[in-house]
Design a protein around this ligand. Structure first.
Ligand code: TXA
Ligand code: MG
Length: 343
């Protein structure tokens, strides 16, 4: 493949974008599409050849399964077999959070190619809330397999131009649906039934749907991974979402030991000096996740965008200030920690 086109999906030309993307997907091609979380690299989930192209374009190892997106709650049964013991819980959760950034891990339907789930007996499913994605999903009439539209291990794209930087020449079409409104990948859970009690909701990946929001539906517990286990969510490999520039997550400003002559940039939370970070060093540049106001929702939306722009600033290292680990702060800190791990 050589040329990658970007097509706008604004009000005026939405129909054309939907038509073009759908016909490529129908022909077994891959297309980058906007979702409310991050941009996805989409393929018809029932077409194993198309799904192979997703893995190739991303250089994604075949052991890392994809998320399948359904056009409606009713379509869930086309990709998953929901056990009776959790049917009510699945209903409640999908009613509350779909369409939206909650992914459920459920037993897989035999029609889903093994390639999509990397041979696992389970499938990860969500319904996207993005109007362009939803329209394409519906028009195609098939579930869509779509991982984030970045090369493996890199920063997830939250705009069409970020997808271009990641996948130019590897995908024929990027549908530009504007900046993502959540900015972080979906929350991933599995459901473990308990006799006479609400289920355990096992958190595989923290995301826009917070622990606090999930608590009404069950007991939220972290996924315990024993050393040596195959990762349940390989996106949860220690090193992920990583810029090329080393990222230092600094939990205490006094731990900073700058090396002489090196250029450091600061990823600040508010851009103001409430935590001593802004004035502690003569930074090459300072970028704020939520300038002035300090809102976690804004920080989540801007995180990958700021990480990418600092990565392009020619620094020796990016220094990141921590955010408070409540609500959306849990997902933000998860991404910062993984971005700070070097392979
Ligand atoms: O918001 C999102 O979830 C975005 C948009 C495009 O929908 N997608 C996304 O996909 O983040 P990806 O491939 O970057 O991350 C999917 C994660 C991976 O960590 C993968 O290992 C995990 O989901 N996953 C997929 N199927 C799984 C399964 N059956 N069991 C456990 N984890 C699974
Ligand atoms: Mg990803």
């Amino acid at each position: 493949m050589s040329e990658t086109r970007i097509i706008q999906a604004t009000d005026d030309d939405m129909k054309e974008a939907i038509r073009e993307a759908t016909s490529l997907l129908r022909a077994g091609e891959i297309v980058a599409l906007p979702t409310e979380t991050v941009y996805g690299l989409a393929a018809d989930a029932f077409n194993a050849d198309a799904v192979t192209k997703v893995f190739a374009a991303k250089e994604r190892p075949s052991f890392d399964p994809l998320i399948v997106h359904v056009a409606s709650r009713g379509d869930l049964k086309r990709v998953a077999v929901v056990p009776d013991e959790i049917a009510e819980d699945v209903n409640r959760l999908t009613e509350a959070f779909w369409p939206g950034p909650l992914t459920l891990i459920l037993p897989k339907h035999p029609d889903v190619p093994d390639l999509v789930t990397s041979g696992l007996p389970t499938v990860a499913v969500r319904q996207s809330a993005h109007p362009v994605f939803r329209a394409i999903n519906k028009e195609l009439g098939q579930p869509i397999a779509a991982p984030s539209a970045n090369r493996f291990g890199r920063i997830s794209p939250t705009s069409a131009s970020a997808v271009m930087k990641e996948l130019e020449g590897r995908v024929p079409l990027i549908v530009d649906g504007g900046a993502c409104t959540e900015g972080l990948e979906s929350t991933i859970i599995s459901i473990e039934p308990r006799e006479g009690k609400k289920p355990v909701l096992r958190l595989h990946r923290a995301g826009p749907v917070t622990k606090e929001q999930l608590q009404a539906f069950g007991k939220v517990e972290k996924l315990k991974e024993k050393p040596g286990d195959a990762p349940h969510a390989p996106g949860q490999l220690p090193s992920h979402y990583a810029p090329h520039t080393p990222l230092i997550l600094l939990s205490d400003p006094s731990d900073f030991r700058p090396e002489p002559g090196k250029r450091y940039g600061l990823m600040s939370y508010r851009g103001e000096d409430d935590g001593r970070y802004v004035t502690m060093h003569s930074w090459e540049c300072v970028e704020a996740l939520s300038p002035g106001s300090g809102k976690l929702a804004e920080a989540a939306i801007r995180l990958f965008y700021i990480m990418r722009s600092l990565d392009e600033a020619g620094l020796d290292a990016i220094v990141a200030e921590p955010v408070s680990e409540t609500g959306l702060g849990v997902a933000i800190m998860d991404r910062l920690r993984r971005a700070s791990v070097r392979e």
